[in-house]
Design a protein around this ligand. Structure first.
Ligand code: B12
Ligand code: SF4
Ligand code: SF4
Length: 383
C-alpha cells in the first residue's frame, strides 16, 4: 500500500501537480454542517447554485463514487513573477492562466490513465476541481495538503495559498496522510486588510461582501455601498492573499499552466477597451479563460465601477458611449461612474441621456445628484 502511494505521489508530480496528499473517502460531516449553517445564516446568499443538496452530496464521497476508498488531493500553484504595474482593471492572479478547470482536469485524467497502465487494471475514479459539489478545501485540509487560514483560503507550507485544489476519488485503498498541525496563530492581517470587511470573523466569509463574488458571480446590480470599496478589481480579488505572511516565501509551480494572453503580462485590463467590446469581440478575446465565468455584461459593469473609482477622466468618453449600451445594467453602472467623475463632459452626458428604463433613470438621477456634491472636482477636472 505504501509503495503504491509513493508511486502515485511521484506520478502526480510528473503529471504536473505541485502537491499530493491522500485522505480516506469518509464523509466530511463537520464541514457539511458548517457549510449548511453558512447557507442558513445567509452567508452564501447570491449563489443560487450553492444549495443544501449540493453540499450534502459533495460532503459524502460515497454518493459521488459508490465504493470509494481514498481521495487523492492535489494542489497546483498558479503563482507567477508578474506584479501588475500598468494602470487598468485588476484581474485576480488565478485568472491570468488559461482555463484552469480544463488544465487541472487534463492532468487528473492523465494521472488516472497512467495509474491504470502501471497497475495493469482499470480503477474506479472520479475527478473534481472547483465546479463539482466536492468541498475542495475540506478535502485539502483533512489530507494535510494545507490548513484553513482565517481568510478561509487553504494555506500550504510550500506554496502558500496560491494553489488550485482538485481531487481524484478512487476505489484504491491508500494509506491516508495526517492533517497538518498548523494554524494562523495571532495573525489577523487578512481580516484587517479586506476592504469590504467580508471576513466577518475568522474562517467566516460573507459571500455577498466579497469583491470576488461581486465581480464574478453577481449577475445583477452591484450594491451602491459596495462600489467604492471594489477599487479597480474587475475580476476577483487577491488582497487577503497578497497580505498573508505565509505567501511571502511561496514557491513557484514546477509545470506552470499556460498563461492566458487575453489578460496581458501586467495582469490588468484596459477599462475603456473592455467597455467597448461587442459580444463577438469579448468571446474572441476571453474564450478559454476563467473570465468567461463572468458574462460580458458583468465585466462591463465592473469596468464602469473601476473607472468610477480610479477617476481617470480619460475614461469619460467611453462611459458616455456606454450610456447607449444595449444592456440596462451597463448603462446604470456607467451613469454611476460618470457621477463619480463629475467632470463637465460627464455631467453633460448624464443630462443629455434619452434613457427610458426605470432602473437606469434612477441611477442617472442619483449620479447627477452625486456630481452636484462635487463642484470643485467638476471645475478642476473639466475637459
Ligand atoms: C463558493 C466559492 C467561492 C465564493 C465563496 C467563498 C467562500 N469562502 O466560501 C466566492 C465567489 C466569494 C469565492 C471567492 C474566492 N475563491 Co472560491 N470557491 C468557491 C467554491 C465553489 C465553494 C466554497 C465553499 O464550499 N464555501 C462554503 C464555505 C462553508 O466553505 P469554507 O469557507 O471553505 O468553510 C470552511 C472553513 O470555514 C472551515 N472552518 C469553519 N470554522 C472553522 C474553524 C476553524 C478553527 C478551522 C481551522 C476551520 C474552520 O470549515 C468550513 C467547511 O469546510 C470552491 C470550490 C469547491 N468546489 O469547493 C472555490 C474555491 C474555494 N475558491 C478558490 C479561490 C482561488 C477563490 C478566490 C481566491 C478567487 C479570487 N482570487 O478572487 C476567492 C477567495 C475569497 C476568500 N477569501 O475565500 C479556491 C481556493 C483555493 C485555496 N487555496 O483555498 C477553491 C477551492 C477553488 C479550487 N478548486 O481551487 N469562492
Ligand atoms: S477576496 Fe478580497 S474582498 Fe474577498 S475576502 Fe479576500 S480581501 Fe476581502
Ligand atoms: S493573513 Fe494571517 S490570518 Fe489571514 S490567512 Fe494569512 S496567516 Fe492566516
Amino acid at each position: 500500500m505504501l509503495d503504491l502511494k509513493r508511486q502515485i505521489t511521484e506520478y502526480a508530480m510528473q503529471c504536473g501537480f505541485d502537491l499530493v496528499r491522500i485522505t480516506r473517502a469518509g464523509e466530511f460531516a463537520q464541514d457539511r454542517d458548517v457549510a449548511l449553517t453558512r447557507i442558513k445564516s445567509g452567508q452564501m446568499d447570491g449563489l443560487p447554485w450553492y444549495t443544501e443538496s449540493r453540499v450534502r452530496r459533495g460532503a459524502d464521497p460515497q454518493t459521488l463514487l459508490p465504493g470509494a476508498r481514498s481521495i487523492i488531493c492535489l494542489g497546483l500553484s498558479y503563482l507567477d513573477d508578474e506584479t501588475p504595474t500598468a494602470s487598468g482593471g485588476k484581474v485576480a492572479r488565478y485568472a491570468s492562466v488559461k482555463n484552469y478547470h480544463r488544465a487541472m482536469k487534463r492532468r487528473m485524467k492523465a494521472l488516472v490513465r497512467g495509474l491504470e497502465e502501471r497497475l495493469e487494471s482499470s480503477i474506479k475514479a472520479k475527478w473534481y476541481v472547483d465546479d463539482g459539489p466536492m468541498l475542495d478545501r475540506a478535502a485539502a485540509a483533512r489530507s494535510g495538503l494545507g490548513w484553513f487560514g482565517k481568510s478561509t483560503n487553504i494555506l500550504t507550507p510550500s506554496h502558500g495559498s496560491w494553489v488550485l485544489l482538485g481531487q481524484v476519488i478512487t476505489d484504491l485503498d491508500l494509506e491516508p496522510d495526517p492533517a497538518l498541525q498548523k494554524a494562523c496563530g495571532a495573525c489577523v492581517r487578512c481580516i484587517d486588510d479586506c476592504p469590504t470587511s467580508a471576513i466577518i470573523a475568522p474562517f467566516i466569509l460573507d459571500n455577498a461582501r466579497c469583491i470576488s463574488y461581486q465581480t464574478i458571480e453577481n449577475r445583477g446590480v452591484i450594491p451602491l455601498d459596495m462600489r467604492p470599496l471594489i477599487g479597480d478589481w474587475v475580476f476577483g480579488c487577491d488582497i487577503c492573499q497578497d497580505v498573508c505572511p505565509v505567501n511571502r516565501k511561496a514557491e513557484k509551480p514546477l509545470q506552470p499552466i499556460e498563461k492566458a494572453g487575453a489578460v496581458g503580462p501586467s495582469g490588468k485590463l484596459d477599462l475603456a477597451e473592455l467597455l467597448a467590446l461587442s459580444e463577438e469581440e469579448f468571446r474572441a478575446r476571453f474564450q478559454g479563460t476563467s473570465i468567461m465565468r463572468a458574462k460580458r455584461v458583468d465585466m462591463q459593469k465592473n469596468a464602469c465601477v473601476a473607472l468610477g473609482n480610479n477617476r481617470d477622466t480619460a475614461g469619460v468618453p467611453a462611459l458616455v458611449s456606454a450610456l447607449k449600451n444595449a444592456e440596462p445594467l451597463v448603462r446604470g453602472h456607467a451613469a454611476w461612474a460618470l457621477g463619480q467623475m463629475a467632470t463637465t463632459q460627464a455631467i453633460k452626458g448624464l443630462e443629455q441621456s434619452t434613457e427610458s428604463d426605470p432602473y437606469v433613470l434612477e441611477e442617472i438621477a442619483a449620479a447627477i445628484k452625486e456630481s452636484r456634491r462635487k463642484p470643485s472636482q467638476a471645475s478642476s477636472l473639466a475637459r
